[in-house]
Ligand binder design. Sequence first.
Ligand code: WTA
Length: 632
Amino acid sequence: MSHYYIKSPEDYAAAYQKSTEDPEGFWAEIAEHFQWMKKWDSVLSWDFDGPDVRWFNDAQLNITENCLDRHLEERSDELALIWEPNEPSEDSIQFTYGQLHEEVCRYANVLKKNGVNKGDRVAIYLPMIPDLAIATLACARIGAVHSIVFAGFSAQALADRINDAQASAVLTSDGMYRGNKKLPVKAIVDEALEHCPSVHTVLVSRRTDEEVPMQAERDRFLADELKTVPSSCPAEPMDSEDMLFILYTSGSTGKPKGVVHSCGGYMVYAAFSFQNVFQYAAGDIYWCSADIGWITGHSYILYGPLLNAATTMMFEGVPTYPDAGRFWEICDKYQVNQFYTAPTAIRALMAQGDKHVEKAQLDSLKVIGSVGEPINEEAWQWYHDKVGKGRCPVVDTWWQTETGGIMISGLGPHSPMKASHAGLPLPGIQTILLDQEGREILENEVEGYLCVKFPWPSMLRTTYGDHERCKNTYFSNYPGHYFTGDGAKRDADGLYRIIGRVDDVINVSGHRFGTAEIENALNQDQRVAESAVVGYPHDIKGQGIYAYVILKDPIDAGSAMENSLVESVVRGIGKIARPDKIQFVPGLPKTRSGKIMRRILRKIAEGEASSLGDTSTLLDPGVVEIIKAGAL
Ligand code: WTA
């Protein structure tokens, strides 16, 4: 019997047991499910001190052959991808496996023709149009490393990512639609590229048909290029440990880092986790509402579903356009069977009342999922009752950009389900909780730092260009373990409930930001002496951004200054990181050694200034009273 398909709690127990007793045997069996150009010599070698983790050593494969070619014989005419546009009146676009295969091959040939080679890094800055999916797979087809940058990031943020990866090409569009807005995209790329000497090629997809300036040597319209290339392109043989993609994500310190995923392990785990969490069955229509610019879109719009020959949807628009019923109309229109979204969207729609969701049938749904941040009980219940109509299991999936795939979650209906609890780890995932001293807590009904003590196939391999940083961020706090940065509880039955980040990362509407990153953007304004950013609970976004700012000259304080600081953050990162509250302060609570006491700032931002605890070790306890008095 294969453990690839888990169909009962007993299957889960057996798979989990096998995966811990004989991890290599377990994963070898799962990996047999795929097409390899050459089989592995060894399943796993690892060392968390390096860290140096290798899965399916010396094997060769191409992930697109497994996503596309492998299905052609039997499923060439079945739907691979359904694209739903922003405007409900516009026609949707659908691709069969045969068509998607051809589109990817053509795009891959365009890349080759434009001098993109195996191993080159390619930045993709595209809105949610089919070309985003096609371009991504085209890179993988020829062994170029894709680095997708969410199209809501600013020119500066894009430039930082392009430069860090030394990308040679950028794949983009003229513009984009989002709700009732038409927004520029190419113009942002042009601005970014003023500072990116490594880029020699820009390919531009048409979406809005706006006039866009083109640089003769560098820029090409994709449509023109596609006419000049053949429709078949062999899949490049990749070593299992070759880089598949880089995805930038924020951490506690410094600039966002490029999380690196490799080909073989990522493929195996994205596929296995997709199949089992969503319990996909042939003929089902699966929809994940995330953007492909985030890891959720990589693993669970593109790779996971396509590896399982699923029909996957992508949606260009937003949940509230033309009204708050859009998600539910789409579910009914396509008879969606599995729906996967973020708590922030659920809370935003819940806040609009029940009339929209009650208008929809939603009777095709079988499994509904949540991802990206803790889901509070009220939102969980509403999702379960109103969207899932009390019938559908809610899979609350905990994972990270770094983990590549879902780590803790229910498997469709085959797992215990408890509101706001992610539940049990997937087979192969050895999650543990550590106490303050870094000792593993073996009992249940406890709380601790969430770590993983054994490698899994889709774990990050490094942070691009800086392996030390990978080691320091994830493998040094608790030597011998991967540290997630999250705190979690484990209940009497062993079910995990994620509490949230225990580091200086905040999660705003499911988007990760380092507080230092936002502070850097604020400090770009010459009038700022110093700033400190913390998160605070926000009804819709989960966390809001609260910035404390010391001005060089306090006279500048006021709404004009606030606006210009918000602009600074929008310029440095993007609208998604816009601070919710800015408080001008004369000083910050610091220890005698000059370290900012964020705990105190967090309490004040949370409106719990009465329980600050001991402030006597501060350099200037008086400043706390002033900050408290001015709290927003
Ligand atoms: C948080 C998104 C609670 C967590 C896939 C993690 C969650 C960070 C959940 C990773 C969940 C993600 N419940 N918290 N189901 N899923 N998180 O890299 O803090 O964008 O560390 O990956 O989101 O965010 P990332």
